[in-house]
Write a protein that binds this ligand. Structure first.
Ligand SMILES: Nc1ncnc2c1ncn2[C@@H]1O[C@H](COP(=O)(O)OP(=O)(O)OP(=O)(O)O)[C@@H](O)[C@H]1O
Ligand SMILES: [Mg+2]
Length: 388
């Protein structure tokens, strides 16, 4: 397990380092001197399994800060080291999701028992985090927003999982218009402005609900409002969203800025959307070269061909693959009538015309995505079991 120990006191931290080094189940150990208050993210990039938080020597126990931090890290297990363990403290710690409370003086045995218990509890546990799927247009008008928003609807309907779509097209976000005529009460910058305070009710109050299990977080109408959004905000928001939703779909538009790259980095899969014409292939090539330079492999990048028509002389999916060096994941047919009706009315194509060729193709795509997620989580579970 990867472990981080945090203490405001350098001697306490050194003590924890000595106690935890070489214990069974402890793999990498990071030590950080500092306070938890105001910390929205751990001071390490790697995913941690265990946080040992030192609150000895009169240090106050920052339960509220810890609870907020655990909201961002669904797989993190916390061990609290305290001077006094009152029933009130234990109850508050338990409510905050703390796994273990150890009373000082701490022995290696105490810590070892705590690690074994955490290991036992997490062995069969499900991954609490959802999948992040980013949709990107290779060129304006390729259909990324239409496909992302409508796929979210079909995925929510068919998989019965909780789906959230975040419109991360900070300049020209229009995702909500594809599914609803309601105006959002709040938008993405309202949520990121105070990201440290985020909780589920705040996030929900900013969303437009399309289905009981499908909501959209819209981007601001006025692009200047999004100017203060930073990659760290994106990181915190996605961390939180994936802890509370099964699927987090992102419409990232087509600009490659630091916020977009942060989102793409965190995405489990990227679905770049393009059409089978030369101007699209040309722009797609540039984008795919960037993907390669960012080390996004074929498992992560899943190109979607949109508005495909099979006429003699047209380019074929193989032409795109030869040009782009990534395998096409799926093709969606062109169907002007049903798509235009859906877009003009702001109603999901699935509820307007479930039999349209585009709806059928989205149904297939949603099932493939849901199947893969199920297979992937089974793989993880079996890996967890085989460790023991
Ligand atoms: N499969 C399809 N068949 C017919 N028309 C389609 C199809 N997919 C998308 N369209 C049309 O293309 C238009 C543009 O799509 P969309 O806004 O999703 O593109 P985009 O990639 O998000 O563009 P931008 O980069 O500007 O955000 C839609 O309004 C819709 O009318
Ligand atoms: Mg768009």
């Amino acid at each position: 397990m990867k472990v981080i120990a945090i203490s405001g006191d350098s001697r306490n931290l050194e003590d924890l380092r000595k106690l935890a080094t070489g214990l069974e189940l402890v793999g990498e150990l990071y030590c950080h001197q500092g306070e938890l208050s105001g910390m929205a993210m751990l001071p390490v990039r790697d995913e941690m399994d265990v946080l040992i938080l030192d609150c000895r020597h009169g240090g106050i126990t920052p339960i509220a800060d810890l609870e907020r931090l655990l909201g961002f890290y669904p797989r993190l297990n916390a061990i609290l080291v305290v001077d006094q363990e009152s029933p009130d403290l234990l109850l508050r710690a338990l409510r905050a999701g703390v796994r273990e409370v150890i009373k000082a003086p701490v022995s290696r045995d105490d810590l070892q028992v705590a690690f074994h218990r955490i290991h036992q509890k997490t062995r069969g546990a499900q991954r609490g985090d959802g999948r992040v799927l980013a949709f990107m247009s290779c060129k304006g008008g390729s259909g990324a927003s239409f496909l992302a928003t409508n796929l979210g609807y079909v995925l929510a309907q068919r998989s019965e999982k909780n789906v959230l779509l975040i419109d991360m097209n900070l300049q020209f976000g229009d995702a909500v218009l594809y599914l609803s005529d309601r105006r959002p009460a709040a938008t993405l910058p309202d949520v990121t402005r105070d990201i440290q305070r985020i909780d589920l009710s705040l996030l929900k109050s900013a969303q437009i609900e399309v289905l009981p299990n499908y909501s959209i977080l819209a981007s601001a109408d006025d692009p200047t409002q999004s100017m203060d959004i930073r990659p760290t905000h994106v990181e915190a928001l996605l961390r939180f969203a994936r802890a509370h939703y099964d699927y987090v779909l992102l419409d990232v538009g087509r600009s490659l800025d630091t916020c977009t790259i942060q989102a793409l980095d965190m995405a489990d899969q990227i679905y770049p959307v393009l059409q089978l014409t030369l101007p699209f292939l040309r722009d797609a090539k540039r984008l795919f070269d960037v993907y390669r330079s960012l080390d996004y492999g074929p498992d992560k990048v899943r190109p979607l061909l949109n508005r495909v028509e099979r006429s003699p002389g047209d380019l074929k999916p193989e032409d795109a693959e030869n040009h782009l060096f990534y395998k096409v994941f799926a093709s969606v047919p062109n169907h002007y009538k049903s798509v235009t009706a859906s877009v003009n009315q702001g109603v999901p194509i699935q509820s307007l015309d479930a039999g349209s060729p585009v709806s059928r193709s989205l149904q297939e795509l949603a099932d493939r995505i849901a199947e893969r997620s199920a297979a992937q989580s089974r793989g993880l579970l079996s890996r967890l079991f085989s460790r023991g």
